[in-house]
Design a protein around this ligand. Structure first.
Ligand SMILES: CC(C)(COP(=O)(O)OP(=O)(O)OC[C@H]1O[C@@H](n2cnc3c(N)ncnc32)[C@H](O)[C@@H]1OP(=O)(O)O)[C@@H](O)C(=O)NCCC(=O)NCCS
Length: 218
C-alpha cells in the first residue's frame, strides 16, 4: 500500500561498486552515526539549545529527510539516496529539482565516510543520479556548486564533464562558491549512463510531473 501511494521508494540505482536506494526513516540512525565531521550542513537549519552539536547535526539530517518527502512537489523536489557498498552504508547522494517543470535542471550534493573517499565512488554515485536525471526524468542540464577549496567535490564535477559557470559568495561564511553546469549533450557524449542500472522509475514518474510510460500497468 505504501509503495502504491508513494512509489519513490521503488527507485533503485546500481553502479559497478555501489547500490543507491531512496532513503527511509529507518536509515536515519545509521546515517546519524556515520555523519562525517567535515560535512557542512545547512547553516539555516534549526539548531536546538540544550542539544549537543552532534545531536543537533543528527536532527538537521533527519529534518532534511522529512522536509524532502513532506514538501515534495513536481515543481520543487529533493530525492535522497542511501549509498551502500557490498551492503554497507558508505554515504548519501541527493538529487534535487528546484523549479523542475520550468527549468528541467537538477542539482546534487553528497557525502561519503572518510574511509570510502578518493577511490572513485563519489563519481559513481553522482553518475548514478545523473543517469536517472538525464534518462527517465528527461533533464536538460545539471548544476552543482562547492566552495573553492573543496577539490574532491569540484573534482567529481569536472571528471563528469561539468564546466565552470560563475562564482558567488556565501553570506554566512564569506567563502567563495564555484558553480558548475553539465548540459544534456555533454552527458550523452560521455557514454557514462551505460555504467549505471536504473530500476523502478516508471511508477514514480507522476510525482515528477511526468506521464506514466506507455504500457505501464496502472
Ligand atoms: C565530495 C565527495 C563525495 C567525493 O567523493 P570521492 O569518492 O572522494 O571522489 P572521487 O574519488 O570519486 O573523485 C574525486 C575527483 O576529484 C579529484 N580530486 C580529489 N581531490 C583533489 C584535489 N585535492 N585536487 C584536485 N583534484 C582532486 C580526483 O582526482 C577525482 O577526479 P579524477 O577522477 O579526474 O582524478 C567526498 O570527498 C566527500 O564525502 N567529501 C566530504 C563531503 C563534501 O564535501 N561533500 C560535497 C559538498 S555537498
Amino acid at each position: 500500500m505504501v509503495g502504491v501511494a508513494w512509489p519513490l521508494h521503488g527507485i533503485h540505482l546500481g553502479t559497478a561498486d555501489l547500490d543507491l536506494a531512496v532513503m527511509r526513516e529507518a536509515d536515519l540512525p545509521i546515517l546519524g552515526s556515520l555523519l562525517p565531521a567535515d560535512l557542512e550542513l545547512n547553516p539555516h537549519a534549526t539548531r536546538y539549545a540544550g542539544l549537543s552539536d552532534t545531536a543537533n547535526r543528527r536532527v538537521v539530517v533527519a529534518q532534511a529527510y522529512w522536509r524532502a518527502l513532506g514538501m515534495w512537489s513536481p515543481d520543487d523536489w529533493a530525492l535522497p539516496f542511501v549509498v551502500r557498498s557490498a551492503g554497507v552504508v558508505v554515504g548519501v547522494q541527493w538529487l534535487e529539482g528546484p523549479d523542475w517543470r520550468s527549468e528541467r535542471t537538477v542539482d546534487s550534493s553528497s557525502w561519503l565516510v572518510a574511509a570510502a573517499r578518493g577511490r572513485g565512488l563519489g563519481k559513481q554515485m553522482r553518475a548514478a543520479v545523473l543517469t536517472l536525471a538525464f534518462g527517465p526524468l528527461g533533464a536538460e542540464a545539471a548544476v552543482s556548486s562547492a566552495v573553492l577549496d573543496n577539490e574532491s567535490s569540484l573534482g567529481v564535477s569536472r571528471a563528469l564533464g561539468y564546466r565552470d559557470t560563475h562564482r558567488s559568495v556565501l553570506e554566512h561564511s564569506g567563502e567563495t562558491l564555484q558553480h558548475v553546469r553539465l548540459d544534456r549533450a555533454s552527458w550523452d557524449r560521455s557514454g557514462r549512463s551505460h555504467e549505471v542500472i536504473v530500476d523502478g522509475v516508471a511508477p514514480a514518474l507522476p510525482l515528477f510531473g511526468l506521464g506514466p510510460v506507455e504500457g505501464t500497468p496502472s
